[in-house]
Ligand binder design. Structure first.
Ligand code: ADP
Ligand code: MG
Length: 697
């Protein structure tokens, strides 16, 4: 079967080498398999004919039967247009062409029945359709009620008449030959369980749907296939990992009990307890943990990390925490040290700016086992950093690290791969975490500590600056502190720095009575630290900064976050920034300042921020706006390269597919049973890869 699907498309009837070359180049379609997997991205509803009188301006494309009454050329030169009066028994509308007039005009005949297809626009009292599709009404066409697939193509291809319609024609030709050769990919027990169409019928219905219902069934089946094998692959990777790597047994809890009894500064939330249990059960399992801990900003991940560390330390292991930036490493160090000091656990910070002497001391104490917790940046990965017994590696803000970097941390223990806890403060939609982190176990802190007042978020236009300043003054008089954040995007760094400086000066003029801190990326680390420290101590009342404060900063007394040029920030960033306030007992505010001119997307971002503080909801909107690949960065985008599944809308199907894959692996971990033979073959095919078709067959 594979050799057929590997046939170059030029051999398809009606296609030929020239067209094939263009399609190869423009769409990356080389073989029959590629072509069949070039699925329509939408369908036009040709199941109904409308009357002119039924038209309204809200309609998308519709088709109407009628006759041409007259045509007229209006204007001259580039402004010229062809206006055609088109009527049925209920009224008249106008068809217009602005280009290709010489080509279309001679073809238009009066006294002939046509079907036109296009989007009606209201123009005065009349409806017009610009550049509609036009077809002579034959008995066949008049009964032709169908869903018209629309394929993506390119301008270059369209110029060569290789438009969506042409691709549709090729698909129909190919399907005739391919139908009997398309292999089933799922065993009967799964087909039955979900009432799936056979694979070959699903492929046909995707390209040539008989009706909506069959189309939906076909899409469900095809999406399931894609997700199912993706999940199977991830789960099998996980299984291999669990078998290959033993985990250090970490199960003593004396330290933990002491900490709980004497030093726990607050009651843990239910979500924190749940997550700690999940981690502890991994520690006790003898298997190596690989767990993603998701928790919104302020949800209390630090204490969870610390408690996990305590369990590890109690069993004689050491703990490393790696953060992506110095500021963040610093913050983690401060946060953990507060707890560590209480119970007498040794902790140190290692970053690029650690002095040689301190560094040497850290290296020694780490090797001797004296030092229990080491927090730092990627400086931790250096060869000279040797642990006596690294048992737990905590990695913060995972998406900034590559898998290879994480692996270097693992190698720091020769006997055991350390347990790995990856923390992220950027909520990830479920579909994304199932795909990108599908081989990890996932823990979610989905509850904020009690007593937090929800942050009030306000959208304010530039022009209302006086009012805004008045509000800030009042808050400062109440004893609060204020962040004012400016964007810093690399391409326009100079301009942004100027914006920041202008902003700083204007704030200094508006608030002459208050000391102000300023922090930006062009400052020396020591100066930054100094300014930051003044703000943390409350010596300065306002902090003017670029996004360097985006992550990690914890100043509970700061209760107002003003974000300038908020339209230039992405949703994830806005959410992170807002998370810097709302950490104390006071009512906190986030003010998004924008100009009047906002793109549709920017408006959606601002409105979303005003509407909700739920990080998962925000992440979902973010994914819908940017697409999953963009959201996760290029590193993971390969895994997100789906042919038909859509992580924006297919969470139900993905969940079912994952459950299904889980159930199969639980019963038959190596896919050895007869009933799973088909699945096993698929998986083996996928390993050979390269061949695109292998992904679905
Ligand atoms: P994040 O998840 O953003 O890292 P942190 O661990 O920094 O959150 O916690 C945010 C703040 O909430 C800290 O000041 C922390 O002491 C406090 N906190 C954490 N858990 C609780 C809790 N269960 N009850 C009350 N306060 C808590
Ligand atoms: Mg944190």
């Amino acid at each position: 079967m594979t050799s057929f699907f590997k046939t170059p498309i030029e051999f398809l009837k009606g296609l030929g080498p020239q067209k094939a070359a263009h399609i190869n180049k423009e769409l990356g379609i080389f073989t029959y398999a590629d072509l069949l997997q070039h699925y329509p991205f939408r369908y036009e509803d040709r199941t109904k004919f409308y009357k002119v009188r039924e038209l309204n301006a809200e309609m998308s494309n519709v088709q109407v039967k009628g006759q041409i009454r007259s045509k007229q050329l209006i204007g001259a030169g580039r402004k010229q247009r062809l206006a055609v009066q088109f009527a049925d028994e209920t009224g008249i509308m106008e068809l217009v062409w602005f280009s290709g007039i010489n080509w279309i005009s001679p073809k238009l005949r009066t006294g002939v029945d046509y079907v036109v297809y296009g989007q009606p626009k209201r123009f005065g009292s009349k409806y017009t359709m610009a550049h509609p599709e036009l077809e002579i009404l034959t008995p066949a066409v008049s009964q032709n009620e169908f869903l018209q697939p629309v394929y993506s193509t390119t301008e270059t291809l369209r110029k060569r008449y290789l438009d969506s319609k042409a691709i549709f024609k090729f698909q129909k030709t190919l399907l005739k030959e391919a139908y009997n050769r398309i292999p089933e990919t799922l065993p009967p027990h799964i087909l039955q369980q979900y009432g799936f169409l056979a694979k070959r019928d699903a492929v046909v219905q995707i390209h040539v749907p008989k009706n909506q219902q069959l189309l939906q069934k076909a899409r469900f089946r095809m999406k399931f296939d894609e997700f199912f094998f993706m999940q199977l692959r991830l789960l099998m990777q996980k299984k291999v990992r669990l078998e290959k790597f033993k985990g250090q047994l970490l199960q003593k809890t004396d330290l933990l009990t002491e900490f709980y009894q004497s030093h726990l500064p607050f009651d843990l939330t239910g979500a924190q307890k749940k997550v700690i249990k999940e981690i502890f059960s991994d520690f006790k399992s003898g298997k190596q943990m690989n767990r993603l801990l998701q928790g919104d900003v302020g949800s209390g991940k630090t204490i969870v990390a610390f408690i996990s560390a305590l369990i590890a330390i109690d069993s004689g292991a050491q703990v490393a925490l790696m953060a992506p930036t110095q500021i963040l490493a610093n913050q983690h160090y401060e946060g953990l040290k507060e707890f560590a000091d209480k119970i007498g656990v040794t902790i140190a910070l290692l970053t690029g700016s650690t002095k040689t002497k301190a560094r040497r001391e850290i290296h020694e104490n780490l090797k001797s086992g004296e030092l229990k917790i080491l927090v730092g940046t990627h400086a931790l990965l250096e060869e000279v950093v040797q642990f006596q017994n690294l048992g737990l590696a905590i990695v913060d803000e995972q998406h900034r690290y590559g898998v290879a970097q994480r692996a270097r941390l693992w190698k720091k223990n020769e006997n055991f791969v350390p347990h790995v806890l990856i923390m992220t403060a950027t909520p990830i939609p479920r579909t994304l975490s199932m795909s990108v982190y599908g081989d990890l176990d996932i823990s979610i802190i989905d509850e904020l500590p009690k007593g937090r007042k929800p942050i009030k978020t306000i959208h304010q236009y530039d022009a209302n600056r006086l009012k805004l300043n008045g509000f800030l003054k009042k808050e400062i008089e109440k004893g609060r502190q204020v962040y004012v954040v400016y964007p810093l995007i690399e391409e326009s760094e100079k301009l942004d720095l100027k914006d920041l400086m202008d902003g700083y000066e204007s704030i200094a003029r508006s608030f002459p009575e208050y000391p102000i801190s300023i922090v930006h990326g062009k400052m020396k680390a020591a100066d930054k630290d100094f300014e930051m420290a003044r703000f943390v101590k409350g010596e300065t009342k306002l902090m003017v900064a670029t996004t360097v404060i985006e992550v990690g900063v914890n100043v509970p007394n700061a209760s107002v976050m003003v974000i300038e040029n908020a339209e230039r920030f992405g949703l994830a960033q806005l959410h992170q920034l807002r998370g810097r306030v709302g950490r104390g007992a006071e009512q906190s505010y986030c003010v998004l300042v924008t100009s009047y001119k906002l793109s549709k997307e920017a408006r959606t971002r601002v409105e979303t921020m005003v509407r909700t503080t739920d990080g998962f909801e925000i992440a979902q909107v973010d994914m819908n706006l940017r697409g999953p690949g963009d959201m996760m960065g290029t590193q993971q985008s390969g895994q997100l390269d789906l042919l038909i599944g859509d992580l924006r809308e297919d969470e139900p199907i993905l969940s079912i597919a994952r459950q299904s894959a889980q159930a199969i692996i639980a019963k038959d971990p190596n896919l050895e049973s007869e009933e799973n033979a088909l699945i096993r073959r698929q998986v083996e095919n996928q390993k050979k890869k390269n061949l695109n078709w292998s992904r679905i067959s």
